[in-house]
Design a protein around this ligand. Sequence first.
Ligand SMILES: Nc1ncnc2c1ncn2[C@@H]1O[C@H](COP(=O)(O)OP(=O)(O)OP(=O)(O)O)[C@@H](O)[C@H]1O
Length: 347
Amino acid sequence: MTDGLKMSHVSHLFGENRVLRDISFDVAPGELVCLLGPSGCGKTTALRLAAGLEKLQVGEISVDDQIVAQPGGYVEPEKRGVGMVFQDYALFPHLNVAKNIGFGLRHFSEADRMSAIKAALEQVGMSEYLNAYPHELSGGQQQRIALARALAPKPRIMLLDEPFSGLDVARRADLRDTTLHVLKDAGIATVMVTHDPQEAMYMADRIIIMNEGQIMQDGSPETLYFRPENRFVASFFGEVNRFSGTVVDGKVATPFGDVDSQSIENGTEVEVLIRPEGLHIGEALNGHDVLAHVDAVRVLGEVNLVHLTLEAGAHIHARVPRRFSPINQPSVAITLDPDMAFVFPMT
Ligand SMILES: Nc1ncnc2c1ncn2[C@@H]1O[C@H](COP(=O)(O)OP(=O)(O)OP(=O)(O)O)[C@@H](O)[C@H]1O
């Protein structure tokens, strides 16, 4: 028995375009899973199939162990126990907040409906806006109402499609936080689509990285960040410094010393990907240091991005805490944190 959402061996074609290729994953009650990937990789299609907005062609989808979609079998979206929030709020402009939320509760008695509306508004911190109209609310407030509307019928599954992308940075951070806590408190199985790795890291218990209709890796944010299984996953979480080489005696040479590559056959052409925070900067103290010229230092908030050119020629980026930034230092020594270097075969 599997509670929550289960997608098994789902494939999907739009005409000749194969947008999903045998994807399988499940989401437990109370778990928040992000589908993360570049534009066009099939995230929204997977979500729409789970919601029942798209007819399933291949595979099976179940909610709380009940099959809701299989080829030739189909449970209507409103009978799946699924709540949805999209990027564009989609509130009815001519209905006030109470009526917008109450729209999905038409089968409730009037008293139950009003108490469900009030409870949902309280969950999203919007109790005082019961009688407001959408045009009187900011984008962030409208999205809170959209979330309340999706929560009010007490869904088993919540599907969120880029729900924060229309908002400015401050409102986005605020609403992410509310959304995360509300969904966790309610114990709902949630799938959120995003193309923003930082957002996925912030929200997700688990991240499923997709590319060209396939799952590239499914795991905790920590696993994906520190133990990526392929080049796509390693480089999707932000920029990486890239070096090519060949495996010799279970190691590959980089400008910063040898990196372990035991699991790859000797003689294989490989690429070494190094995260900018895997390069540590220090003062050049002896003749054995790896030296680099400091081209520029850019403030990114709590960390600085340092643009460097190695004495040997390559241009690299290091991300360092502000207090270690080489302001006014023409050159520095670089050491590598081997945990932040990933080796993958070229092909
Ligand atoms: N109704 C449709 N008819 C035909 N092709 C479609 C349809 N919906 C999506 N597609 C195509 O399917 C592919 C996957 O689209 P999908 O929206 O699932 O990707 P996505 O990863 O969510 O991307 P985005 O972040 O840009 O929305 C794209 O090539 C898209 O053009």
